[in-house]
Ligand binder design. Structure first.
Ligand code: IDC
Length: 504
C-alpha cells in the first residue's frame, strides 16, 4: 500500500513539474527569436530578416509579436504599404518601419538544419534542389517563398539571388548575421520607446516636425508650437482621395518630409457623393493620418465642399464623418480638422456657413477639446474680411480659410487677407495654386512669389494644391506614375516652383 501511495505521489509530482516547466518555457520563450536589419542589401533594397522559433515558423508571427520583440519598430505594413492589424501575420514582402525607413521583410528558415537561419547555404540548397515551380511545405514557405504565392519557383530564386548579391559582393561570404545594423537609441532620449503611446500629450520620437513642435495652438493670428514659439505649417494637399488615393502612402510622406521639407499634408475628402464621396474612403483618411503620424507630420482632414456649394447640403454626413474622426484622433497631436473647404454659390456667412460651423465645432469639441479647427469662408474661401466682422466666439483654436490661385487672385485678395489680419482673425491657407482658379492654365510665378513672401511675413500656414499627376498645371507631378521618390524631371513646373518656395 505504501508503495502504491509513493508511486502515485511521484507520478503526481512529476506531472506537476512537467506542467510547470512547459508553462514556464511558453511564458519565457518569445517566439520571435531575432530581427536583423540590412541597408542596401540588394540593389538599394533595405531588408529585415526575422528569425522565428520552430513552433512559430509554420504559422508565422503576428504584427503584435514582432513589435513586442523590438520596441523601436514604428509600424508594419503589407506589400501595398497598408498598415497591418495587430493580429495580422507578418509575411515575406511586408515592410517594417524603423528609424523612418521601410525594410522589406524576408522570412527564411533553417533549410539545412545547421542552426543558422537564412544563411547562404540554405539559399544554395534551395537554388540547387528546386528548379521549376512546385508547392512548398510550411518551413519552405518561410525559407524560400519570396514572392509569397505558396509556390517555390524561379521568381523566388531570382529574388533570393538578388538579395544575396549585396552580401556576396561585399565579401560577407557566410552568415547573414554579420552585416546587420543595430538601431541604438539615437535621439538622446532616456525614456522607453513605445511607452504612453496612446496617451494625450505624448512625447514623439526623433527630430520630426511633430517631435520638435508637438501639440499646436492658435494664439492671436498665429499657430504656436508646444513651447509657445510661432510656427508655420507648409505642405501639400492631395487631390480628391477618390481619384488619387495612391499618393497616400508612407514612403511618399517620408520622402516629401526629407526631400522637399514639408511639415504637413492635407487629405482632401470630397463631400459630394455625386463626385465620389463614400464612407469606404474613410479608410484612406485613416491610413493618411497614420502615415503622417509615423512620419512626424501634421495632417489636415479636409471635408472638401465644392460642387455641393452649401456646407449644409450634406451636413449630416459631415457630422458623422467628424464624429468618427474625432473619436479616433482625439488624442493625436498632429490632426487638424477642416470642416468645409470652399462654400460657394448662394451661400452667406451669417445665414449658412456660421451656423453650420457652430454646429460642427460643437460636435467636434464634445469629443476633441483642443485640436485646431479650420472654417471655410464665403466665395470659395475668399471673403475672410466678411467673416472678420462676425467671427465664431466661445471656442479656442479656431482658424479661417483663405484660398488663392495666383493666376487669378492677386492684390485685391491680399487686401481682404490684410483686413482680416488687422481684425485679429487667424487665417490658414489650406489650399492654393499658382495656376488659374480652374487648377489649370498658365502659372503666374511672379504673383506666386509675392503671395508666399506675404504669407511668410505674416506667419500664415500654407498648403499647395495638388499632389497628383493629373493633366493640369496645378498637379505637382508630370509624366510619371511613381507614387514616391520623384526626380526633378518628374515634377511639373508648379512642382519645381514649390520646392523652391518651401526653401524660402
Ligand atoms: C480641382 C482639380 C480638378 C478637378 C476639380 C473638380 O484641380 O482636377 O477636376 O477640382 O473636382 C479649388 C478646389 C479644388 C479644385 C481647385 C482647382 O478646392 O478642389 O481642384 N480649386 O480648380 N478651389 C479653387 C481652385
Amino acid at each position: 500500500m505504501k508503495k502504491i501511495i509513493a508511486i502515485v505521489f511521484i507520478i503526481i509530482v512529476t506531472l506537476f513539474l512537467t506542467l510547470f516547466i512547459i508553462n514556464k518555457s511558453f511564458a519565457l520563450d518569445n517566439n520571435v527569436k531575432d530581427i536583423k536589419y540590412y541597408n542596401n542589401l540588394a540593389e538599394n533594397e533595405n531588408v529585415v530578416t526575422i528569425l522565428l522559433d520552430e513552433k512559430t515558423v509554420s504559422r508565422k508571427a503576428t504584427k503584435k509579436e514582432v513589435m513586442e520583440h523590438d520596441s523601436k519598430i514604428q509600424n508594419i505594413k503589407d506589400s501595398n504599404k497598408n498598415i497591418l492589424k495587430d493580429t495580422d501575420l507578418v509575411k515575406t514582402g511586408d515592410y517594417i518601419t524603423i528609424n523612418d525607413t521601410d525594410y522589406l521583410v524576408v522570412l527564411y528558415g533553417d533549410v539545412n538544419k545547421d542552426g543558422y537561419i537564412s544563411d547562404i547555404d540554405d539559399i544554395m540548397i534551395v537554388k540547387n534542389n528546386y528548379s521549376g515551380a512546385r508547392e512548398v511545405d510550411n518551413i519552405e514557405k518561410l525559407s524560400a517563398n519570396l514572392v509569397n504565392d505558396d509556390v517555390l519557383d524561379n521568381q523566388d530564386i531570382a529574388r533570393m539571388i538578388k538579395i544575396y548579391l549585396g552580401l556576396l559582393n561585399s565579401n560577407l561570404t557566410t552568415k547573414i548575421p554579420e552585416g546587420y545594423i543595430s538601431f541604438e537609441e539615437d535621439n538622446g532620449g532616456t525614456e522607453e520607446p513605445g511607452k504612453d503611446d496612446e496617451q494625450q500629450g505624448e512625447e514623439h520620437q526623433g527630430n520630426t516636425p511633430l517631435a520638435v513642435h508637438g501639440k499646436l495652438n492658435v494664439v492671436g493670428t498665429n499657430i504656436v508650437d508646444k513651447n509657445g514659439a510661432i510656427f508655420q505649417l507648409k505642405g501639400v494637399s492631395t487631390h480628391g482621395l477618390q481619384w488619387f488615393p495612391q499618393y497616400v502612402n508612407q514612403e511618399a510622406f517620408v520622402y516629401m518630409r526629407d526631400e522637399w521639407g514639408i511639415n504637413a499634408v492635407r487629405l482632401a475628402m470630397y463631400s459630394d457623393p455625386n463626385v465620389g464621396y463614400t464612407t469606404a474612403l474613410h479608410q484612406v483618411v485613416d491610413n493618411g493620418v497614420e502615415y503622417a503620424k509615423n512620419a512626424g507630420l501634421y495632417v489636415i482632414i479636409d471635408w472638401h465642399i465644392l460642387s455641393d456649394g452649401n456646407p449644409n447640403t450634406y451636413k449630416d454626413s459631415a457630422i458623422k464623418f467628424f464624429k468618427e474622426m474625432t473619436e479616433k484622433y482625439k488624442d493625436y497631436d498632429n490632426v487638424i480638422y477642416e470642416i468645409c473647404n470652399e462654400p460657394n454659390g448662394d451661400v452667406q456667412w451669417e445665414r449658412d456657413i456660421k451656423p453650420y460651423a457652430q454646429e460642427l465645432i460643437r460636435e467636434i469639441r464634445n469629443i476633441d477639446n483642443d485640436a485646431i479647427i479650420v472654417v471655410g469662408t464665403p466665395t470659395w474661401s475668399q471673403d475672410v474680411d466678411v467673416v472678420a466682422q462676425s467671427p465664431i466666439t466661445g471656442y479656442d483654436n479656431i482658424m479661417y480659410t483663405l484660398h488663392f490661385y495666383a493666376g487669378t487672385h492677386k492684390e485685391y485678395l491680399r487686401q481682404k487677407l490684410s483686413t482680416a489680419l488687422n481684425s485679429s482673425l487667424p487665417i490658414f491657407v489650406t489650399e492654393f495654386g499658382i495656376s488659374d482658379a480652374s487648377g489649370n492654365g498658365a502659372l503666374d510665378i511672379n504673383e506666386g512669389n509675392i503671395w508666399i513672401d506675404f504669407l511668410n511675413q505674416n506667419n500664415i500656414s500654407w498648403m499647395c494644391w495638388n499632389l497628383s499627376n493629373n493633366n493640369e498645371s496645378s498637379a505637382l507631378l508630370k509624366n510619371t506614375n511613381k507614387v514616391t521618390g520623384w526626380t526633378n524631371e518628374e515634377l511639373s513646373e508648379q512642382g519645381k516652383w514649390l520646392l523652391d518656395a518651401l526653401k524660402r
